[in-house]
Design a protein around this ligand. Structure first.
Ligand code: MN
Length: 193
């Protein structure tokens, strides 16, 4: 049986008899942790930004999606941890189930934790607990440095902001690159399966 308690909220929201989403096991760390961004046509469209941390996918719902433009401060609402297998999930969450609607893998790749304090590296768990992490993404669409920073009193409110580097641009990636990096499908095609 899975020993993690961190997926309990995820599991409690879902009926695995009805949805094809994975139940999830806690997995061992890989050489490089992964990130995934899923475009999710739920009641309101959003992009689920997920980072592998300690064997699960730490998750934020980003209503406007990630940007390559350092001027864009994208609201990111922290949501429940998801199992690692979720990074492969593309399909339709059935009507009546939590998050009902189509999901595509909008981007995926590995990331590096660049968070430092007083010049010393800060482990990802600590960085997130302190509500500030700096990461470098190596995806197909998202590349280079990003900062994830909590703000305000509500613990689930964060901002996802592109750092100024050679990958920064005015390109609104969610508009110019709308499709799945796994299947090439758009959200509507995924919804028709
Ligand atoms: Mn979602």
């Amino acid at each position: 049986m899975p020993r993690t308690g961190s997926l309990d909220i995820y599991r409690g929201k879902r009926n695995f008899q009805k949805t094809a989403e994975p139940y999830g096991q806690k997995s061992r760390p890989r050489v490089k942790p992964i990130f995934v961004v899923q475009k999710h046509g739920a009641r309101s469209l959003h992009y689920d930004f997920r980072l592998e941390v300690d064997g699960v996918l730490k998750s934020w719902a980003v209503p406007k999606g990630p940007s390559a433009n350092p001027k864009d401060k994208r609201l990111a609402i922290a949501t429940e941890d998801h199992p690692m297998e979720y990074a492969d999930f593309e399909g339709v969450i059935p009507e009546g189930e939590y998050g009902a609607g189509p999901v595509i893998v909008w981007d995926r790749g590995s990331y590096e934790n660049l968070t430092e304090r007083n010049g010393e590296p800060v482990p990802m768990e600590e960085a997130l607990a302190a509500r500030h992490a700096v990461i470098r993404l190596s995806g197909k669409k998202l590349k280079g440095g990003y900062a994830l920073t909590g703000f305000g009193k509500a613990p689930n409110q964060w901002l996802l902001v592109k750092l100024k580097d050679e990958f920064a641009s005015a390109n609104d990636l969610v508009k110019t690159e709308p499709r799945s990096v796994l299947s090439g499908r758009g959200l509507r095609e995924a919804g028709r399966e």
